[in-house]
Design a protein. Structure first.
Length: 90
């Protein structure tokens, strides 16, 4: 299972989710850059820019139900606005 980890300041994950960049595109950029990448994403109608840090991981045999459990039960909503992980579609 391929995982993209996105982190940064207060709303980095939310800004990434609302950008035009896909999970797959950012994951590929990380892979091409040795496993991590820093990107700048414009937001608020292009008036501001957010520095976002991304990391690509690959794990064996993770049950998708476990990912859902983590996101729905353990993960803190306020933290996930700044830092989150995404399953990369194969």
């Amino acid at each position: 299972m391929k995982i993209l980890h996105v982190t940064g300041d207060d709303f980095s994950a939310v800004i990434f989710e609302n950008s035009d960049m896909t999970v797959e595109e950012l994951y590929d950029k990380c892979i091409q850059n040795g496993g991590s990448a820093t990107v700048f994403i414009e937001y608020e109608q292009g008036d501001e820019e957010e520095e976002i840090f991304a990391y690509a991981y690959q794990f064996e045999d993770i049950d998708p139900k476990f990912i859902d459990f983590i996101k729905d039960t353990i993960m803190d909503y306020d933290t996930s606005k700044a830092e989150n992980f995404y399953v990369v579609k194969e």
